[in-house]
Design a binder for this molecule. Structure first.
Ligand code: GAP
Length: 514
């Protein structure tokens, strides 16, 4: 049986082989942590975005969308705090010349203690079988207690160093823990220094007059700076929200796990403006709504969990992540943050504009508080792919790779296949295709055996394969083969549209949310 790591590696290859994700500019050997979406990837990604957009805007009459520019006035990033504080602590190994995030090296070390503890627990579980009392074992086993004590001490020291922004202490922890570079195997480390994650470029035609600007590291600021525009032109009443989907850029140092951490990625963000004092009520509402949105896809309720932030940013009064069980563990897919009135106040201060709301019911003006929901499209894409990818053993020793995607997200909804390339079957197949293509993404395939054609569609997650055979010319019926059950049924051509619609209509999914 393949390990999770092997399955993930296979999934990455599968994404390339079947046109979901390619390394960027691959003919020049690619560009680190930048990826392109292929012909199937873009369809899946668009479906995810459509689901999010409809759930946020169509289902909430007080939420509207915008599409702000990627380039923004540079003072935006001064006001938001990104120029001064959007940093990662970096350390270089002098022998391998490789650069690492100091915090990640230490977090990996903490994870190693956790793994050691888990190993002891698993070993004991095997030894004692059903009578094993894990809680008791964790509280009394000397080896577990020793690892736990070291882990907790390291965690405390690390948290303090991060809170105090103490870079010397971060380096000392790395030295004291004996952390080595995975490439050179040495402890020949440089000092730790802060590295800003924003990409910058210059705007303007002359070198002298050029202005340093940044590629936005989050889409949220495009919403904050447009708060007044949208509130006034849309005559929006608090509480209301502004939603946006768009690219964001971060010069990530430790970029790994495929599209999980990229340098150019896409976010779907929504800022919900509320009365001061009502933010916790809305924070709870958005936590529950966003989790429902994820679960409605049917990827498995047990694969989600909330992870509340222990350490809050100075402007936040609550924050949680929705984590998804990837093959490499539970990982953040979405963040839900209660950001107080920090951003709007900062933009008011730096722009000199009054950014407030006059509440007619309270007969007073205030700076609204904000609840933010922020989800990465690419991480969502990855979570869907990870749960859909299956290497199945079939009866008779055969295997198949199938993407059991939620039908509503599948790039192609049905493939039309004439049994043979003659006898008028291709013409009939094209007729059937014309009945469906205006409402669904449909493919046509007449090459190779039917079996091979089924496998190709399984590999890209197509829910239905529709075969046109000689009988079709007489009885106007077709054979429909289901991706998941591999069962075949014969149905009249007239019923095809409704059968597909029932399975792939996004309305069914959206109805689960209200
Ligand atoms: N406006 C808040 C914000 O940007 P964040 O936690 O930094 O918060 C939100 O990012 C989401 O964006 C994350 O939960 C993740 O899904 C996605 N994201 C962040 N950095 C990413 C990266 N380097 N590659 C892919 N997705 C990323």
């Amino acid at each position: 049986m393949a390990t999770q790591e092997e399955v993930f590696k296979n999934l990455v290859s599968h994404c390339k082989e079947y046109g979901f994700v390619f390394p960027s500019s691959e003919i020049y050997d690619g560009l680190g942590a930048v990826y392109d979406y292929g012909q199937n990837g873009v369809e899946l990604k668009n479906n995810i975005k459509q689901y999010w957009w409809a759930a946020m805007t169509k289902l909430h009459e007080n939420i509207v969308g915008i599409d702000a520019a990627i380039f923004m006035h540079p003072t935006t990033w001064k006001a938001s705090g990104h120029v001064d504080a959007f940093n990662d602590p970096l350390i270089d190994n002098r022998d391998s010349k490789k650069r690492y995030r100091a915090d990640v090296l230490i977090e990996d070390q903490i994870a190693k203690y956790d793994e050691k503890i888990q190993k002891e627990v698993d070993k004991a579980h095997k030894r004692f079988g059903d009578s094993f009392d894990e809680q008791m074992f964790r509280q009394t086993n000397p080896r577990v207690l020793e690892h736990q004590q070291k882990r907790d001490a390291l965690h405390e020291r690390y948290s303090k160093a991060m809170n105090d922004n103490n870079l010397d202490e971060l380096k000392q922890i790395i030295l004291d823990e004996g952390i080595v570079c995975p490439i050179s195997g040495t402890r020949n480390w440089t000092d730790v220094r802060q590295f800003n994650l924003m990409f910058s470029t210059e705007m303007g035609s002359t070198a002298d007059g050029a202005m340093k600007i940044y590629l936005r590291p989050e889409t949220a600021q495009g919403i904050f700076v447009n708060y007044l525009n949208v509130q006034k032109t849309g005559r929006m009443k608090v509480p209301f929200g502004i939603a946006q989907i768009g690219k964001a850029f971060r010069n990530e140092i430790v970029a790994r796990q495929f599209v999980f951490r990229m340098r150019e990625f896409e976010q779907m963000e929504m800022q919900f403006f509320v009365r001061p004092g009502e933010e916790m009520k809305w924070f709870e509402y958005w936590k529950q709504f966003r989790l429902k949105w994820h679960k409605a896809l049917g990827l498995g309720d047990e694969k989600y969990r909330f992870h509340d932030h222990e350490k809050l940013a100075h402007y936040a009064n609550a924050a949680t992540d929705i984590e998804f069980l990837m093959p490499f563990g539970f990982k953040e897919v979405e963040g839900i943050h209660s950001r107080t009135n920090f951003d709007l106040s900062q933009h008011a201060k730096y722009s000199g504009k009054k950014i407030e709301y006059f509440d007619p019911e309270l007969n007073t003006s205030y700076t609204p508080y904000v609840i933010e929901t922020s989800i990465g499209v690419d991480r969502m894409f990855l979570s869907v792919m990870c749960s859909a990818y299956k290497e199945e053993q079939l009866e008779g020793g055969d295997t198949r790779v199938v993407l059991a995607l939620p039908a509503v997200l599948a790039p192609v909804k049905a493939c039309i296949m004439p049994l043979v390339k003659k006898d008028g079957l291709p013409e009939k197949a094209r007729e059937v295709m014309n009945l469906l293509r205006f409402d669904f993404n449909i493919q046509y395939d007449e090459k190779d055996s039917i079996g091979k054609r089924y496998r190709r569609q399984d590999a890209i997650g197509t829910p239905f394969c529709i075969t046109i055979d000689h009988d079709t010319l007489n009885d106007n019926c077709v054979t429909v083969r289901s991706r998941d059950t591999m069962q075949q049924v014969r149905i009249p051509i007239d019923e095809l549209h409704e059968m597909i619609r029932k399975e792939v209509d996004m309305t069914n999914l959206l109805r689960k949310l209200i």
